[in-house]
Design a binder for this molecule. Structure first.
Ligand SMILES: O=C(O)CCC(=O)C(=O)O
Length: 269
């Protein structure tokens, strides 16, 4: 999938590019059934929430040897439609995954993600430059009602804002504070709802301000996130690094797969 000059300019200007129906129904069915399998695993790389301990985040799905390894998600991560896209917007072919994850925003219960830039956390992982992007693949349709993401276009050009530690959900992380968001939103275009059918995808810059609401709908909203970094920008040593499943030290450049559909595959035992 070759991006043209105007798409690259749009990415540089807005901080994201959206692709409707990039993956077909068969591919999405395979990935959904993999998520169902992975969600039953008992591993530290799964964050749960609520009284029912419903899975919220399944991490490290792209590796071959993690507790939550999935060959289908490995194929997704090496596809020209994900890795190929990330290479083009980052203008670098030597990329690895800082992390991969499935955010499972469960019907009724699935909670919010406050406004943040991903690089708020990733800089603290020891990463020097914001040469990172995430490719998000919608495994279910995303709507405002079921907690789709919102982006504030162009905010990646603000560079990294001062973060504050958010403890409002089961996943504690660095986010933007209210005063900062009031100021930023007064000066920028309105946030854009990232809605689309299952199989749609969006690539976005690590300094783009984004958030999502609670899933108020009766249906689940699952999204896959592949967060790419350049090998040259791999993290430096930090005290008390976060676990491998959120801060990968596997910096071997990913090999681009053939432009073929994701196929059914048997996960490692
Ligand atoms: O899954 C969501 O709704 C938002 C996730 C998000 O913003 C993130 O993982 O950085």
């Amino acid at each position: 999938m070759q991006l043209n000059k105007s798409q690259l300019e749009d990415f540089d200007h807005d901080g994201f590019l959206f692709f409707a129906n990039l993956f077909d129904n068969k591919e999405i069915e395979i990935l959904l059934s993999e998520v169902e399998r992975l969600a039953k695993i008992n591993a530290n790389s799964i964050v749960r929430e609520g009284d029912e301990q419903t899975p919220k985040i399944l991490l490290q799905v792209h590796e071959t040897d993690s507790a939550t390894a999935s060959e289908a998600f490995r194929q997704l991560a090496c596809s020209p439609r994900t890795l190929g896209l990330a290479r083009q917007v980052l203008r670098d072919d030597a990329l690895y995954l800082h992390h991969s994850k499935i955010n499972m925003k469960a019907a009724i219960e699935g909670s919010t993600w406050p406004w943040h830039q991903d690089f708020m956390s990733w800089k603290l992982d020891g990463i020097a430059r914001p040469d990172m992007v995430t490719v998000l693949v919608m495994l279910h349709e995303a709507t405002p009602m079921n907690g789709c993401l919102y982006f504030v276009p162009g905010t990646h050009r603000l560079n990294r804002l001062d973060p504050h530690y958010d403890t409002s959900t089961a996943y504690r992380f660095w986010a933007a504070d209210t005063a900062t968001m009031r100021e930023v939103m007064a000066k920028h275009a309105d946030p854009v709802a990232i809605t689309g059918h299952a199989g749609s995808a969006v690539v976005f810059h690590c300094n783009l301000l984004h958030a999502s609401g609670h899933n108020l709908s009766p249906v689940d909203r699952w999204h896959a996130f592949l967060s790419f970094n350049t090998v040259a920008n791999r993290p430096q040593k930090v005290d008390n690094p976060r676990p491998e499943y959120v801060r990968s030290t596997n910096w071997t450049p990913l090999i681009l797969g053939a432009d073929q559909p994701i196929v059914e595959s048997v996960a490692p035992a």
